[in-house]
Design a protein around this ligand. Structure first.
Ligand code: AMP
Length: 204
């Protein structure tokens, strides 16, 4: 899909990359939100790619997609598969050599990124997507689900990056913040267009 062609164009081929927590110990509200997001994306007939895990929000997301009758692809490094961390009921599971390959595969074919609350794994993946978007390498919507105000400190830091001129104010258009998973699909459909021309203001 090109940036000129919004995800609404051809639902059957749209693939949403979801980053979320592996934690089983966080507030169950996060797991419920991941499950609900899976159901919503499946019902919208968009497919999902994620880290392939069975635990925490990752497992809940996959269960939601499966229950919603959708397609979900997992990408997991071999060592996690060996530790039996992979979800057993996915439409597709790619076992890759390392974390770097996994991250690249998850992002490269996706039409949008959604970040639910999570730990450093989620944050690292999210920041790579934002960084590549700034450089005009990744061009698609990036949605932050700021439920329970989880991302407030991160948004304050990003705002400071702009205020202190580590980034340009135009970079704020790279991500869209929503307060719950029900808003994710409309946010993807209405995200500001981003092109390779972003390279022209990548360095400020
Ligand atoms: P975190 O947000 O720190 O829980 O990390 C979630 C991300 O880290 C996933 O997308 C994976 O890249 C990786 N990860 C960490 N722990 C696991 C696990 N138990 N199963 C699958 N992926 C995991």
């Amino acid at each position: 899909m090109t940036p000129e062609e919004p995800p609404a164009g051809n639902p059957a081929n749209v693939r949403i990359c979801v980053y979320c927590a592996s934690s089983r110990s966080c507030d169950p509200e996060y797991h419920r939100a991941a499950h609900r997001l899976g159901v919503l994306l499946a019902r919208h007939t968009w497919s999902v790619v994620y880290g392939g895990g069975a635990y925490g929000s990752m497992g809940a997301l996959a269960d939601g997609v499966i229950e919603g009758g959708g397609k979900i692809t997992g990408v997991i490094p071999n060592f996690m598969k060996e530790l039996e961390w992979a979800h057993g009921g996915l439409s597709e599971l790619h076992v890759v050599e390392d974390m770097r390959t996994r991250k690249h595969l998850m992002l490269s074919d996706s039409d949008a990124v959604v970040a639910l609350p999570g730990g450093t794994g989620t944050l690292e993946e999210l920041f790579e997507a934002i960084t590549l978007k700034r450089l005009g390498i990744y061009l698609n919507p990036i949605i932050l689900v700021n439920m329970r105000g989880f991302y407030d400190p991160l948004l304050a830091l990003l705002d400071r990056c702009i205020r202190e001129k580590f980034m340009d104010s135009q970079h704020e258009a790279m991500w869209t913040v929503v307060s719950g998973v029900e808003e994710v699909i409309p946010a993807i459909l209405h995200a500001p267009r981003w092109t390779r021309e972003a390279r022209n203001f990548a360095v400020i």
